[in-house]
Design a protein around this ligand. Structure first.
Ligand code: GCB
Length: 597
């Protein structure tokens, strides 16, 4: 029995029970927990919601900005009728690293804060008694783990985190926690790959399971069976398929059954969209048709909730994105909770799925340094082998988790890394290769390039199937009075890319200005809403001049929390929406442009 990361599914064979709610919580600043046997049970605890980011619930900075080890605990009973099954514990994520104990027994440990942690607890659980789940987490940043940053110890002995990235280091048990009951002989994983022909589609599939016979069936949205076949590997043929289209999604249901001695012993169902992805010349093709990407770089971020998963925020964000006529977003700068992808599948949104490889230029203000030629020999440091190991593992885990979502059309291997050295190239060559070897659908791979990654200096862009540029001409570079120079510099760069005749699509994965809802100025000045609109119009004019520009994802969908600093006014204010998800002026500009684009 492997620890399948398949999203929970309830049916005759499988059950799930959410363990969300109030858990016990305790900081462990001196890392004494294990030596004092905290894994057996915590004392002197406080209440803590799960899912939840702990930071913004507190009223002192010491607690909000806490860095180090911290512990969660809750008791649970195994539901009636679950005996004889395999029991798994499944965390949507544990940020950034964790050790899980059940009844004092170590069950698993995991590195990386944005992907599921699943473990078999069958051996540790007591069927008829109260069971205790204890989780030790740690949220320190380093140059060996993703996302990249460092941890500083103040004179008082208190640790603070110094992220090399521009979002607040929220942590905790931030996503759903489930107890799962799975048959002893079970289905563990499956993947699909779609090929379209004139009047039919072939869905090549692969199922990993315990020994037995596999049946695969496909149902349309009305529940009618449209195809079926047998075997762990095979092809489902669908005549005159309803395609999953951008902003016009059609979802079939795939049902996989495991049969032993003529009896079904396990069944797994999930949604399936029939669509293909291709990069051809300078276009991105979905089902063979070119699509221009319109949308946002986002964050999982909200007032009080931090990065906690919450369905209402997912719903509101999709409603706002639909209102602007967007069709795409990038999960900057880490894989989001799985439910985001489920809604994107339903709503026909495209996703660039990003691994948490952010901060790979050793800068506390990467957003400024990214434009100013800072070079830190990041890839020539002794921490690189360990970092690379973690990076590879998280690429694998992300693709394994998200590979069956029709919404996911591309993988992003990094955000704003240093790219100008041979060392950077050889590092990323291996990372891209892992992604390409892992994805059964061979989706395009890319990475978001900062301003130092220029046509004549960047060594990494040849690895990208399409080029993603983050550019801030007119904000970090030549903002305000100098904005006309910004425009010249931007056009100059674009001409250099054009001269390269790369015959690849270019997507702008970031461009934007900070602004305050309270600021209106005539003539415009930086931080006013008028300035944001003028800046966006300048960018749109330039995009429209170059036919290889095939998408625009504005930075950012909404204002979001960051570390404190002289350039951040209670966070990053580049939102097209406020942090409360109300439109700023630019939202109306985008809505109008994207209606006709
Ligand atoms: C960037 C980063 C992003 C920042 C953004 C900004 O280049 O990729 O994480 O938030 O700039 O607003 O400075």
């Amino acid at each position: 029995m492997t620890n399948s990361v398949l999203y929970p599914c309830d049916n005759r064979f499988r059950s799930s029970k959410l363990l969300n709610g109030i858990w016990k919580f305790k900081f462990d600043p001196n890392s004494v927990g294990e030596s004092e046997n905290w894994q057996l049970g915590l004392t002197d605890t406080i209440d803590m919601p799960v899912p939840g980011s702990f930071s913004d619930l507190f009223t002192t900075s010491k607690e909000r900005d806490y860095v180090g080890d911290f512990w969660y605990e809750r008791d649970f009973y195994m539901p009636k009728g679950w005996d004889g099954q395999n029991l798994l514990i499944r965390f949507g994520s544990l940020t950034h690293r964790a050790v899980v104990y059940c009844n004092g027994i170590k069950i698993t440990s995991h590195e990386g804060g944005f992907l599921p942690v699943v473990a078999d607890i069958s051996g540790a659980i007591k069927p008829n008694e109260k069971n205790r789940l204890v989780v030790k987490l740690n949220n320190e940043l380093s140059e060996e783990t993703l996302p990249v940053g460092t941890t500083r110890t103040l004179k008082s002995g208190r640790k603070i985190s110094l992220p090399y990235f521009d979002f607040y280091n929220y942590s905790g048990i931030q996503r759903n926690v489930w107890l799962l009951s799975i048959p002893v002989n079970s289905i563990q994983n499956y993947s699909t790959n779609i090929k379209l022909y004139e009047d039919y589609a072939n869905i090549d599939y692969k199922v990993e399971s315990d020994i037995g016979d596999i049946n695969v069936e496909l149902f349309d949205e009305r529940g009618h069976k449209v195809s079926s076949t047998k075997g762990n590997n095979g092809v489902l043929k669908v005549h005159n398929p309803n395609l999953w289209k951008v902003r016009n999604a059609y979802l079939y249901t795939i049902r996989i059954s495991l049969v032993k001695d003529n009896e079904v012993v396990d069944q797994y169902e999930n949604k399936l969209g029939i669509r293909t992805v291709q990069v051809k010349d300078s276009q991105i093709l979905i089902n063979g048709e070119p699509v221009y990407l319109k949308g946002f770089g986002k964050h999982e971020d909200f007032d009080i909730l931090g990065k906690s998963f919450n369905w209402s925020i997912v719903k509101r964000d999709f409603e706002c994105m639909k209102w602007t006529n967007a069709n795409c977003f990038r999960t900057s700068h880490y894989p989001y909770a799985e439910e985001w992808y489920q809604m994107a599948d339903e709503e026909g949104f495209l996703i660039i799925d990003e691994v948490p490889a952010v901060g790979m230029m050793r800068s506390f203000q990467n957003f400024v340094d990214a434009g100013k030629g800072k070079y830190t020999r990041f890839f020539e440091t002794s921490t690189i082998p360990q970092l690379k190991e973690n990076h590879i593992e998280q690429v694998r885990e992300m693709i394994n988790r998200d590979k069956n979502h029709p919404s996911v059309f591309a993988w992003s291997m990094f955000n704003e890394s240093e790219t100008t050295s041979d060392a950077a190239f050889s590092y990323f060559k291996d990372i891209f290769e892992v992604a390409r070897n892992t994805d059964p659908q061979s989706r395009p791979c890319t990475g978001a390039l900062e301003k130092n990654s220029q046509p004549d200096t960047c060594k990494v862009y040849p690895l990208c199937d399409f080029i993603c540029l983050n550019r801030y001409y007119g904000w970090y570079i030549d903002g305000g009075e100098a904005v006309e120079d910004a425009e010249d510099k931007f056009i100059d760069e674009m001409e250099k890319w054009k001269d390269k005749s790369l015959n690849k699509p270019f997507i702008f994965t970031e461009f934007g200005t900070d602004n305050l809802v309270s600021e209106h100025k005539l003539p415009s000045i930086m931080w006013s809403q008028e300035y944001q609109n003028e800046y966006l119009k300048m960018y749109f004019e330039i995009f429209d001049k170059y036919s290889f520009v095939q998408g625009e994802l504005v930075w950012n969908f909404a204002d979001f929390q960051t570390s404190q600093g002289i350039r951040r006014v209670d966070g990053n204010r580049k939102g097209i929406f406020t942090r409360e998800r109300q439109p700023k002026d630019a939202a109306f500009l985008l809505k109008k442009r994207w209606e006709n684009k």
